[in-house]
Ligand binder design. Structure first.
Ligand code: SF4
Length: 356
């Protein structure tokens, strides 16, 4: 059993981060934040896709002011992402649930004092978002863009906030490669108990981002590290949430939703298993119950998998078996199997809901 690192619980709006709170998944809009309608539309897409917390870029004062109207139209916690200009954080803090700033490009530390004061007055947490690509000069000169440099920057800024009496903090240490990212989080983890926002930044297209994030975030989650996360993908908003939730589930940090076991197929296959599994995945995506289900191509491994599955299909030639809790409940032609399987999964999930 992997123990999650015991961290302090903070709140971003009504979403708890750290402590015993579920690991939340965040994403970020790519609309022009000044365009309220487009930004709200993207936030609603993310919310519908089960995103827990959303972040928006605040590159100028008009964007910071637009947050007032954006916030009125959404019901998901909102984080303002601030670079370079601390005044944007001061304006944004009037409307959002958390401020993220990058200490490497906010400039004079006295400006951070003003951000801390504004956040304290409104009980807003701050994410110290360290990026390997934009470390403060002193750390960059001393360590370069290394894990050590990222950790040194984070430690300096944590202490700076703590000295101001501010401890409503979460921390991220992002690099664009997996190794530095994992090394930095592992290095910093034993040194404080603030919740960590984990992520591999600028991870690329869905293919590469999924691999990098699965390795990096998976490694950290299996170390018990990570309280909230973002999978950074050059692509569709919804994909970030889908991949993020899957990483949490497949690393065993969440039981929510179906664990679908399917075989890779081989020369023994006599059915269209690829289409069947895709259809099963699509038609059961709404189910939150923690079920193990299997969709197998032939009798070789299907019966064994079915014994450990809540609901299973074993395909054969032109027909197959539906099994529930290891018992055969139906033998049906191939074209009827997925319909019955989905029915049985929904029934099983419903019976679990009633037993809770
Ligand atoms: S379950 Fe059957 S079809 Fe699927 S990989 Fe195994 S032997 Fe091949």
């Amino acid at each position: 059993m992997i123990e999650r690192y015991p961290t302090k619980k903070i709140f971003v709006g009504d979403v708890a981060v750290g402590g015993d709170a579920p690991i939340s998944v965040q994403s970020m809009t790519f609309s022009d934040t000044r365009d309220v309608e487009a930004t709200v539309a993207q936030i609603k897409r993310l919310h519908f896709a089960s995103c827990d917390i959303v972040r928006v870029a605040v590159p100028d004062m008009e964007s910071a002011r637009a947050l007032e109207e954006i916030k009125k139209q959404i019901s998901i916690p909102l984080i303002a992402d601030i670079h370079f200009n601390y005044k944007l954080a001061l304006e944004a803090s009037k409307w959002v649930d958390c401020i993220r700033f990058n200490p490497g490009n906010i400039g004079d530390k006295s400006r951070i004092k003003d951000i801390v004061k504004a956040c304290s007055e409104r009980s807003l947490p701050i994410r110290i978002g360290v990026n390997a690509g934009s470390l403060e000069k002193e750390f960059d000169n001393k360590y370069g863009a290394t894990a050590k440099g990222m950790v040194a920057s984070a430690e300096y800024n944590i202490k700076f906030l703590e000295d101001l009496g501010f401890e409503d903090i979460k921390i991220s240490l992002k690099a664009s490669d997996v190794e530095r990212t994992v090394e930095a989080y592992r290095m910093l983890r034993p040194k404080n108990n603030y919740p960590f926002h984990i992520g591999v930044t600028e991870a690329g297209t869905i293919f590469h981002a999924t691999i990098k994030s699965s390795i990096g975030l998976g490694a950290l989650l299996l170390d018990g590290i990570g309280d909230t996360m973002r999978v950074s993908i050059t692509g569709e908003l919804e994909d970030e949430i889908k991949v993020g939730k899957a990483i949490i589930k497949d690393s065993g940090r969440s039981k929510e939703g179906l664990n679908i076991i399917s075989c890779p197929t081989c020369g023994r296959i006599e059915a269209d298993l690829v289409s069947a599994v895709a259809e099963v995945e699509r038609r059961t995506a709404h189910i939150k119950a923690p079920l193990d289900v299997s969709v197998m191509g032939c009798a070789v491994n299907a019966i064994g998998e079915a014994k450990h599955s809540d609901v299973a299909i074993a395909y054969g030639k032109g027909a197959g078996l539906i099994m529930v809790s290891g018992e055969v409940v139906a033998k049906l032609p191939e074209d009827k199997l997925v319909d019955r399987f989905v029915q049985e999964v929904e029934k099983f999930a419903g019976s679990m809901d009633k037993s809770i």
